[in-house]
Design a protein around this ligand. Sequence first.
Ligand SMILES: C[S@@+](CC[C@H](N)C(=O)[O-])C[C@H]1O[C@@H](n2cnc3c(N)ncnc32)[C@H](O)[C@@H]1O
Ligand code: SF4
Length: 450
Amino acid sequence: MKTSLLNLASQEVPRYTSYPTAVQFHQGVTEKTYTGWLQNLPQNQPLSLYVHIPFCHQMCWYCGCHTNIVSGYDRVQTYVGDLLHEIELVAQKIPDRSNPVVQLHFGGGSPSMLNSEDFISIIEGIKSGFSFDKAIEIAVEIDPRTVDEKKIAAYAGAGVNRVSLGVQDFNLAVQEKINRIQPPEMVQEVVKWLRSAGIYAINFDLIYGLPGQSLDHIRYTIERSLAMEPERFAVFGYAHVPWFKKHQQLIRQEDLPKTNTRMQQAELVKELLVAAGYIRIGFDHFARPDDNLARAAQTKSLRRNFQGYTDDDCDTLIGFGASAISALEQGYVQNDPHMGKWRKSVREGCLPTVRGLGLSDEDKFRRAAIMQILSQGQLDMAALCTKFGRDVDALDDAIPKLQDLPGDDLFHLSGRKILILEQGIRFSRNIAACFDPHWQPVAERHSASV
Ligand SMILES: C[S@@+](CC[C@H](N)C(=O)[O-])C[C@H]1O[C@@H](n2cnc3c(N)ncnc32)[C@H](O)[C@@H]1O
Ligand code: SF4
């Protein structure tokens, strides 16, 4: 593998689930700012809602999510009560509650930690504050170790029609090194329950670059997964950020695959999934050709939000729960990640906003360029400049940065048009970063690009 490509693969770049990224958020955006934005929500604009459940039974040592380990259920129960209150507080700020909710996503942590009664009470709480669209997609992230057949039936009864299962890797040797023992048979059984409850839209989350993981482990994980026929795969490179997530220090540096191996692992995943008929979506998703995400990729309507690639076209995403981020046309707001402080605000009848960012026209312009690179793999800079009423050279500062990348193999740059090649898709984040004036190649801020 060329050294230039290896250097690029180990470069730390944002995941661009938002632009500007959360690094740019500041405390100048407050509850008052958020209230004003909510009060100005355009009538009838479709909404996407996100509910964060920051609890798990056991810490996976690789975990980069915002979660808390609990042994009993008391803290979860208390949280649900406060969450319902927060939902009500936010709903009250929206003048016309007829905006159709087209997407409702439960993420975490592990939303599947909720018992069925609490899960249903959250859905009911949302229904009383918001209007559900008839075709609403209700999605839940499931840790297969936390569900049984009854819970799955309750999900189906509550309208859940999409799920994502945390699979990661099927080999015991790898599972031991990440503190997550989860036999393939367990996942197989959950898939069976889901399908018999009528939930067919199933995603598997997999990770490469895990400690002790070899190419054979990857091959085995993919083969066992394919036998279960999920509709989608999200395949993440392990983001090792031990300076930020201290428990990752339990993973020994010497057990981690080197960049060269990570690249081969990512390539093997792609080969096996594409050979099995899955369509590659952006830099980390794969979907069956009849899946909505694959259709969105084909019709160039694919987008990115805090959950990664999505086919939802909402300009407004409202997040509930500790640490949740909301995205509105005016900007981003983040809830307090500290559970106690989040709870205190909610109990005092205040929105738990701690930081955020108001979007300038320049931010929106740059965001459009970055999202097009990541979602469509191409960008006509001049056309985008014209669309935003800018001079055609307004993005030209990216050109020398693009020229510094090992471009022959990754993309074609012709005038102001850039087209990412098949072998460049994996490096889309590096390419997108050329359009990000905030990004700097500093260590210990983001994860490696591949
Ligand atoms: C909120 S979890 C999914 C639901 C549930 N908590 C579970 O793990 O089964 C989201 C996903 O993020 C991915 N993930 C978590 N930490 C990661 C890391 N450090 N690097 C890459 N992917 C990570 C895992 O694939 C995980 O399934
Ligand atoms: S990966 Fe999922 S189950 Fe594991 S600790 Fe993180 S959020 Fe919890």
